[in-house]
Each structure stands twice: as structure tokens, then as C-alpha cells.
Design a protein around this ligand. Structure first.
Ligand code: 0GY
Length: 297
């Protein structure tokens, strides 16, 4: 049986987050969270760049219920490589209450693809963050897209803001919905109206198939909790400009945090500042994720 020890200094998720004061609308979806292991049952990938603490499906479902979400979108994390077994196990256990985003190689078999689809996977993730993975040439990702296109899945991309200029044309060329993790990781010490975030807003303006996750307050804020005040204007700008093309999620169990471990209840309590009206909240938390994950094929 494989034994894993989490990395020295790894911050473990908060085992007892506060129940939020903000009451989520009925049908709310946590659109970005992960499961890690447990390593004994679902070994971490040999090529991984970090070894996390175990954070299995039961803890995720407990958090879902405590915070008041109805459903989860579980995103394959790089510590599991392209072995999606822990993800599939969590999706099967959740039934219709979860959908998934997988990591795939172009050589994935038809059998594995249909198993993933049947379990609830509706997207594939391309991760360009070098501390997490070694990015591949564009041709590799095009080959993956050819494999998933018949299933009607979308593509999730994760990249650093400084790398957007280099990837812009590739992202703009993709034929699927392109869902961007963590607002494209803006530097929140820079102005929301500045050129760096301007390029991300331009990507959204020019490409109606680009959708943003307004996630990552805890990793992008320099000012930190409880207010994450420097993150708020970035998320709010995107929510107000593109109300039908935004999602939100906790990012539990918050891999690779070094500054602090957030209280997930505090993160939920940020929502009225990111989406200040009940209408915007409903689109962000219910309508948009339901359309993308529960009404597609
Ligand atoms: C996130 C963020 C991170 C990690 C991963 O797949 C991953 O390992 O996405 C990160 O370290 O920024 O969304 O979970």
C-alpha cells in the first residue's frame, strides 16, 4: 500500500470552518474544489510537483453541506496527474450532486472517455502554471481537444497573468467554452484598470466563449483575510461586466497556500461584495454553473 507524507510546511485545510452568514441561493454550486487521495486508495502521481495532505470526498461533502451548496464541480488537481480515479470515485459517490473536470493525455482511450463522461466529467483542464506542471506544446492540447470535442466538453485553463500575452492567440482560437481559473491570476497590487488585467478583460470582451472563475481570493489577495479587500474589485469588475460568464468556488482544500489557510465560511461571506445584487448572485452561483455542467450533454 502506498504511503505518502505531505510536503514540509504544507497547510492543511481548516477542519472546522465557520458557517457563513451569507445564505446561498437554492441550487448554488461550488464550481472549483478538489479531492486529494486518500493516498492509500488513490496514489498521488509519480510526476507530481507537490504532495498534499489527504482531503477526500467525505470531507468535501461535509463542507458542501455546512456552507449550504447544493452541488460541487470537482477539478482534477495536478498531484493526481492524469489518473482521474479519485475524481471519478467522488463523482460516483455524489451522484447528480457533482460534476467533474479531468486531466487527460491525447492517447486516452474511448473507453476511459465514456467512463469519465458517465461519471459526470464535462471538461478537461490545461494547466500552464510551471510550479505545478511542465506545459506542453499547443499541438498536444489540440490533440486532447480532438478527443473531447465529440463529448461536448469544455476546456479549463490555469495560467499566470504574466503568461497571458503569450497564450492569448491559442486561447482565442479554441472552439469550445474556455473557462479560466482564478480570474487569470491577476496581481491584485496592480490597478484593476491597468494594462495587465486589461488584457484579461479584452480576452473576455473579444471572445464570448470565455468564462471566468471569480475564485482565488485567498491566493491572489496581498492584504489577506478577512476582507481580501484588494481582490474584491477584480472579481466584481468581471461579475458586473460579464454576468452570464462567471462562476465561483471555494478552491477547497486550497493547495499550496503558504500565507494562511482560509476559513471557507469567510470566503462565502465575500460573495455579496463580489456580486452585490441577488440577481447577480443567482447567475454566478446557480444559473451559469447549472447551464455549463448540468444541462449540457
Ligand atoms: C488550484 C490552485 C493550485 C493548484 C492546482 O491542480 C493543482 O495542483 O490547481 C495552485 O497551486 O495554485 O486551483 O487548486
Amino acid at each position: 500500500m502506498a504511503q505518502f507524507t505531505m510536503d514540509p510546511g504544507w497547510l492543511v485545510y481548516d477542519p472546522s470552518p465557520s458557517p457563513p452568514s451569507f445564505v446561498l441561493p437554492p441550487g448554488a454550486v461550488d464550481s472549483h474544489c478538489h479531492v486529494f487521495g486518500p493516498g492509500e486508495l488513490f496514489p498521488y502521481a509519480p510526476e507530481r510537483k507537490y504532495t498534499p495532505c489527504d482531503a477526500g470526498k467525505d470531507a468535501l461533502f461535509e463542507l458542501r453541506d455546512l456552507l449550504g451548496f447544493e452541488r460541487n464541480v470537482i477539478v482534477q488537481a495536478t498531484c493526481h496527474g492524469t489518473d482521474n480515479a479519485a475524481l471519478v470515485d467522488a463523482l460516483r459517490a455524489a451522484g447528480d450532486r457533482a460534476r467533474g473536470v479531468a486531466s487527460l493525455e491525447p492517447g486516452v482511450s474511448d473507453g476511459e472517455l465514456s467512463e469519465l463522461h458517465e461519471a459526470g466529467v464535462r471538461g478537461v483542464r490545461f494547466n500552464y502554471v510551471r510550479r505545478l506542471v511542465d506545459p506542453q506544446p499547443d499541438a498536444y492540447y489540440h490533440r486532447v481537444i480532438e478527443r473531447i470535442a465529440p463529448l461536448g466538453w469544455h476546456v479549463v485553463v490555469y495560467f499566470e497573468a504574466a503568461d497571458l500575452a503569450e497564450r492569448y492567440d491559442f486561447f482565442a482560437s479554441l472552439p469550445t467554452t474556455v473557462l479560466v481559473d482564478h480570474l487569470g491570476r491577476p496581481d491584485t497590487s496592480k490597478p484593476v484598470d491597468g494594462p495587465e488585467f486589461g488584457l484579461f478583460l479584452e480576452l473576455m470582451e473579444e471572445n464570448p466563449n470565455v468564462v471566468a472563475k471569480t475564485t482565488g481570493a485567498e491566493r491572489l489577495s496581498v492584504l489577506g483575510p478577512p476582507g481580501y479587500d484588494d481582490f474584491v474589485p477584480f472579481a466584481r469588475r468581471v461579475v458586473e461586466s460579464f454576468p452570464d460568464r462567471v462562476l465561483w468556488g471555494t478552491d477547497w482544500p486550497h493547495p499550496n497556500m503558504t500565507s494562511h489557510m482560509p476559513d471557507d465560511g469567510t470566503l462565502v461571506d465575500l460573495l455579496p461584495r463580489l456580486a452585490p445584487t441577488p440577481e447577480l448572485q443567482r447567475r454566478l452561483l446557480v444559473d451559469n454553473p447549472t447551464r455549463l455542467y448540468w444541462t449540457s450533454r
